[in-house]
Design a protein around this ligand. Structure first.
Ligand code: PBG
Length: 332
């Protein structure tokens, strides 16, 4: 393609007024793009702020209906649920129990906020006493194939409770195929799988592990999550999960991995979600609280950059604030 050059072409002409800027805008952020993560804890009337994530709360099941109403009022129509179980054990049994915390939460939301789209995180790390994402061998390594059985049971149990979509975040090989087969066998052919297909072993998950109380008690997750240095491998991981039956693929974290997000979206033209993770949120909040950045401006810029890079949807702890700001801006 041949472009005119100065003085025939002056890019500033189309930047001169807000209307002109809007006319040529390529990316439009909307509250309909957002998925809000929710941490559910045991008890009644419990609303505990996560110290490293100001504005994010662990909520007990009885407070979920009010929370969902607030989200819906803001135009946020999808949530991603994480559970903090009453008891953790070696085999994370509350993860796949129909009486588990997430199962109770799903039933409560479906009954009391029927317009909310409910996605559940499927993983073992919040439920196991050791904090790893699956079943351990005697040598203390996560046993991939044995873990698949637990994850499948967890996903089916979430679907039985009424989850619209399940989102495996464990990074075991072959789990999408396994979950798909298990869901289909139980009659849940209509429940889509959002795969955390391209998930890096990242320092940005630190605050989440406070929020979900899921830090590993020994070692780290580098034997199952991806090396931040690898992009082609991230594309390969998405290809595998699409072949196994994923309906949505993910790149996580978002900010440091927009190159990977762009590649995954361009390569497959598949629904793709960016996970704007806890550490990314914490950094913005800390800088904003110190008065070092303009929070509203920075958050909307960050979220827009994720969409521009190729995200169809964004999982973000900023969802409520961003939805409010977008509405205010729309009215202005
Ligand atoms: C569970 C899971 C994690 C996150 C989402 N699902 C933590 C981890 O893998 O250690 C992180 C989300 C965030 O940091 O916001 N495996």
């Amino acid at each position: 393609m041949q472009y005119g050059s100065f003085p025939f072409y002056r890019p500033r002409r189309m930047r001169a007024t807000e209307v002109a800027r809007q006319l040529i805008r390529e990316t439009e952020l909307s509250e309909r793009d957002f998925i809000y993560p929710v941490f559910v804890r045991p008890g009644k009337g419990e609303r505990r702020e996560v110290p490293s994530m100001p504005g994010v709360f662990q909520l007990s099941v009885d407070l979920l209906a009010a929370e969902m109403k607030e989200l819906l009022r803001l135009g946020v129509r999808a949530v991603l649920l994480f559970g903090l179980p009453e008891h953790k054990d070696e085999c994370g049994s509350e993860a796949y129990s129909d009486e588990g915390i997430v199962q109770h939460a799903v039933r409560a939301i479906r009954a009391q906020a029927p317009d909310m789209y409910v996605i559940t995180d499927v993983c073992m790390c919040e439920y196991t006493s050791h904090g790893h994402c699956g079943k351990l061998t005697d040598a203390g390594e996560v046993d991939n194939d044995a873990t698949l059985e637990w994850l499948a049971a967890e996903a089916v149990s979430h679907a039985r409770a009424g989850a619209h979509m399940v989102a495996p975040s464990d990074m075991m090989d072959g789990r999408v195929r396994h979950l798909r087969a298990a869901l289909d066998a139980e009659g849940f052919t209509h429940v889509p799988i959002m795969s955390y297909s391209t998930k890096y072993a990242s320092g940005f998950y630190g605050p989440f592990r406070d929020a979900a109380e899921s830090a590993p008690s020994f070692g780290d997750r580098r034997a199952y999550q991806m090396d931040p240095a690898n992009a082609a491998e991230g594309v390969r991981e998405a290809a595998l999960d699409i072949a196994e039956g994923a309906d949505v693929v993910m790149v996580k974290p978002a900010l440091s991995y927009l190159d990977v997000l762009h590649r995954v979206k361009s390569e497959f033209a598949f629904p793709t979600v960016a996970y704007n993770v806890s550490g990314e949120y914490a950094m913005v909040k800390a800088a904003a609280q110190n008065g070092w950045i303009d929070e509203q401006r920075v958050v909307l810029e960050l979220l827009t950059s994720m969409k521009r890079a190729g995200a169809d949807m964004i999982i973000t702890y900023h969802a409520k604030d961003a939805a409010r700001w977008l509405r205010e801006r729309g009215r202005a």
